[in-house]
Write a protein that binds this ligand. Structure first.
Ligand code: NZQ
Ligand code: ZN
Length: 384
């Protein structure tokens, strides 16, 4: 097991009716910037619940944050924070809204262009406090201190991390899942599955505890995903497990003492930056490619994954790995994902752009930098 440091200060309020508790968590008179997206919260009743709970606060609304939140939009919110003396931020939405709000929180207190915070070029020294009401289980952003921000102008999508942007608390009411379209459930399922693999499919024999925890998350997703795709008939406990799996997949609890990969995510972010694809869609294409191309480096963990998650115990090493990859692809297809870049009209030119970008940035990604730009090229060709 590797040495590790663990810290997670986020308070979770989980379950039906928890949105009402905003009233107890945010003091009367607080100037709150309430951030949200394109309006789903106005159709599913979340907006009314939030506004009722904030009736004693001074609420400034900032809607219209897009999926894959854009720098230009967030800069407008930063301006509002400065001119309206905002005390705290409340993100009401999915990962895009929460990430965007983290950027607003740190960017409002940053001297200079907040884009410098992205990709680790500058460090946040102060941030406005923030809290969240989650409406889409997927990213784990409600209980971590990372954010992924897009800049459409330059076709970039970069990550920043700062402990200053851990939410103070997050409200997780599984009933918000009822209104999700299947497309977003599929994105969420694949994202959580990928987060778990990024922290699991690396080095063998690091820790039995983390391995079994990760396998439990994967098995839970495989069990509940087919039922969650029955739009309009979702069961509360399935929604609750879906939500808890998302939070547990990326809040640091399965990363203690293990190597992490994240190559699939870094490649996926480029596909979104260049083609606007949903985050989950990119992961469903790239992950099977990573498994295949990195099969020697990841051999022991791929065999363990195949056996413990999919019950694959017969055949040669390569036959078992092939079967594990096939089962993963079938699972992603079963929730409605396409598996090839060509399904989205993406080909040679994009592969060249991504590989060039990684070379220019000097990026060797994956655990211990094993995913070189040459491997990235092979991975993308495998899923063309
Ligand atoms: O904008 P509205 O109208 O609210 O609609 C949203 C949006 O169109 C809709 N939606 C959300 N909750 C809903 C709902 N529709 C009906 N009922 C509800 N209850 O869903 C659409 C997608 O929302 P979005 O927030 O973009 O989805 P997601 O949570 O998948 O977030 C994706 C973003 O998070 C980043 C991704 O890269 C991407 O930018 N990630 C953040 C991470 C983190 N901070 O730790 C890690 C992840 O790996 C990921 O990279
Ligand atoms: Zn993700």
């Amino acid at each position: 097991m590797n040495n590790f440091r663990f810290k997670n200060p986020v308070e979770l309020l989980f379950g039906k009716g928890q949105i009402a508790n905003l009233q107890k968590r945010i003091a009367p008179g607080t100037r709150v910037l309430m951030t949200y997206g394109g309006g789903s919260i106005k159709r599913n009743g979340v907006y009314e619940q939030v506004m009722a709970a904030l009736k004693d606060c001074e609420v400034v609304e900032f809607g219209g944050i897009e999926a894959n939140p854009d720098y230009a939009t967030l800069m407008k919110a930063i301006e509002i924070c400065k001119t309206r003396n905002i005390d705290m931020l409340l993100a009401v939405g999915g990962g895009s809204i929460i990430d965007g709000t983290k950027f607003i929180a740190a960017g409002s207190c940053f001297e200079g262009d907040p884009w410098q915070l992205m990709g680790g070029r500058a460090t946040a020294v102060k941030a406005l406090p923030l809290a969240t009401v989650l409406t889409l289980p997927a990213t784990g952003s409600e209980m971590n201190c990372g954010a992924v921000i897009s800049r459409r102008e330059t076709r970039e999508k970069l990550v920043f991390n700062s402990e200053l942007v851990f939410p103070q608390f997050s409200i997780l009411d599984p009933e918000v899942v009822y209104s999700l379209p299947n497309r977003q459930v599929a994105n969420g399922v694949v994202d959580i599955y990928a987060h778990t693999l990024e922290q699991y499919l690396t080095t063998p024999n690091h820790t039995r505890v983390m391995d079994r925890w990760a396998e439990g998350l994967l098995q839970t997703l495989i069990e509940v995903a087919p039922r969650l795709l029955h739009e309009g008939q979702r069961d509360y406990n399935d929604c609750a497990d879906f939500m808890l799996t998302a939070t547990m997949g990326l809040n640091g609890f399965i990363t203690m003492g293990v190597d992490e990969d994240w190559a699939t995510h870094m490649i996926g972010h480029e596909l979104t930056a260049l083609h606007g694809l949903d985050h989950g869609v990119t992961l469903a294409m790239v992950y099977p490619g990573v498994m295949d191309i990195m099969r020697r480096e990841k051999e022991a963990k791929l065999l363990q994954y195949g056996e413990r998650v999919w019950g694959i115990s017969e055949g040669t090493v390569d036959e078992r790995i092939d079967a594990a990859i096939r089962r993963t692809e079938e699972f992603f297809s079963s929730v409605g994902m396409k598996l090839r870049l060509s399904d989205y009209g993406i080909g040679e030119e994009t592969i060249r752009t991504i590989v060039d970008r990684f070379r220019q940035r000097g990026w060797n990604i994956g655990e211990h930098g094993i995913v070189t730009p040459e491997k990235v090229e092979a991975i993308l060709r495998r899923v063309m």
